[in-house]
Write a protein that binds this ligand. Structure first.
Ligand SMILES: C[S@@+](CC[C@H](N)C(=O)[O-])C[C@H]1O[C@@H](n2cnc3c(N)ncnc32)[C@H](O)[C@@H]1O
Length: 405
């Protein structure tokens, strides 16, 4: 049996076509980021998602066919450990050859530290793959990471998803718990019916949702850690995430011993997402308790009274009502310590974004907002390489503003 993990069913299909000719892969089990099983009805029993617990030491080979794995992050290490652990000793763990010159944070040395040097390489679908021999099993995978937590806490996550449904049910009734009032407040454009809020409570769907939340944040972790560690501030750092979902970015930064972020506050109105994080707190209590705070509030209502060293907002500012956005960003910027950093990532309005098209930012609008605080640099969201602003157009980039010391 082999295991193939790819971004989605389409990637799996193209990949499978490419390797079929070789005849060496039979009856693989497919894992995809979003758990799609579409083109593989005959494999329905073998298709799963990123967080599916895998039996240890059963597969002869595992292929991770995914474009951006930053092995320098604990999250990616946990993913590689998770997949490698499913392979028999001496079996193959196969990964796309990282284009290290293109992507600065790949962390090839971290991969070699985990799996030793590659023993072979192979070309699949015009792309070069590195083959590593699965190491002997000495310990269970243990890299501390929100991914590890999600895999270990599958069952609990499913029941959290049920709590979430329970929240939504109560949400529609009176009297409702006071802390849920924030969910009903006017102002944000993400209001029920939001499909993620009303997701059916079945295990597979819950897994897909968690996979989605993970996959969205995963590439950002290594990048934000690098930015945090580059700050010229000589103490432990406080991070604030605006619209941080279940808060896994902040949690990941705190859990990571190589990251200088010690505390993180998530300003997030959707209290249902807090519920997802409850078991994360259980698993990493000594690191997270008291340091990882979920503030159930709309960003536009938040005072930003605590001093911050690093403020991030990824795909969330577009939902803050425009009439309150300037004041909200002013408060956030004022709360930033000298030498601190504001990092904003927003997709730019484009017809391909259907659901949010009406309130997405135009490039000029977002950049005018940011220029009020000074010049910013742009970092490509896909390659993580710096980009000149006039080359950005509608590409999705991190916009990074440093506050002078
Ligand atoms: C697309 S998700 C992005 C989540 C996370 N930042 C990421 O990159 O995966 C947008 C998040 O913003 C939150 N949000 C929307 N409007 C908000 C507001 N006015 N204040 C705070 N959070 C908000 C939503 O609840 C949701 O968790």
């Amino acid at each position: 049996m082999q295991i193939i993990f790819a971004k989605n069913a389409a990637a799996i299909a193209s990949f499978t076509r490419a390797i079929e000719g070789g005849g060496s892969f039979t009856k693989p089990r497919f894992l995809s980021q979003d758990g799609e099983q579409g083109p593989f009805p005959e494999n329905a029993g073998r298709a799963a998602h990123l967080l599916t617990p895998l039996p240890s030491r059963t597969a002869t080979a595992a292929i991770i066919h995914h474009s951006l794995l930053l092995f320098s992050s604990k999250w990616s290490r946990a993913l590689v450990e998770h997949v490698a652990d499913s392979v028999v000793e001496g079996g193959l763990v196969i990964l796309p050859e990282p284009r290290t010159s293109m992507i600065p944070l790949i962390g090839m040395e971290d991969l070699v530290e985990m799996l030793d040097s590659p023993v072979d390489s192979m070309e699949i679908d015009s792309r070069n793959y590195l083959c590593f021999a699965a190491p002997p099993r000495t310990t269970t995978p243990s890299t501390p990471s929100t991914l590890r937590w999600s895999i270990d806490y599958q069952d609990q996550l499913k029941s959290d998803e049920m709590d979430r449904a329970e929240l939504i049910r109560r949400f529609d009734t009176d009297p409702r718990p006071a802390f849920l009032d924030v969910l009903l407040a006017e102002g944000s454009r993400i209001q029920p019916p939001d499909p993620t809020l009303h997701a059916p409570v079945d295990a597979a769907r819950a897994g897909e949702l968690f996979t989605y939340f993970h996959a969205a944040v995963a590439p950002k972790i290594a990048f934000v850690r690098q930015l945090a560690n580059s700050l010229d501030i000589d103490r432990e750092l406080h991070h604030v995430d605006i619209g941080g979902g279940m808060g896994n970015l902040g949690a990941e930064l705190i859990i990571d011993d190589d990251c200088r972020v010690a505390t993180s506050l998530n300003v997030e109105f959707d209290a249902a997402r807090l519920i997802m994080g409850r078991s994360l707190l259980d698993m990493y209590e000594s690191r997270l308790a008291g340091n990882w705070v979920f503030q159930p509030a709309f960003a536009q209502d938040h005072g930003f009274h605590d001093r911050a060293d690093l403020i991030t907002s990824f795909s969330a500012l577009l939902y803050v009502p425009r009439s309150e956005l300037v004041a909200c960003l002013d408060r956030a910027w004022a709360s930033l310590n000298p030498g601190g950093m504001l990092v904003i990532y927003e997709h730019i309005k484009h017809p391909r974004f259907v659901r949010d098209h009406g309130w997405m930012f135009e490039k000029d609008e977002l950049e005018t907002l940011m220029r009020r605080f000074g010049d910013f640099s742009c970092i490509s969201g896909s390659s993580l390489a710096p980009m000149a602003n006039d080359a950005v157009a509608e590409k999705s980039v991190y916009r990074v503003l440093r506050k002078s010391s």
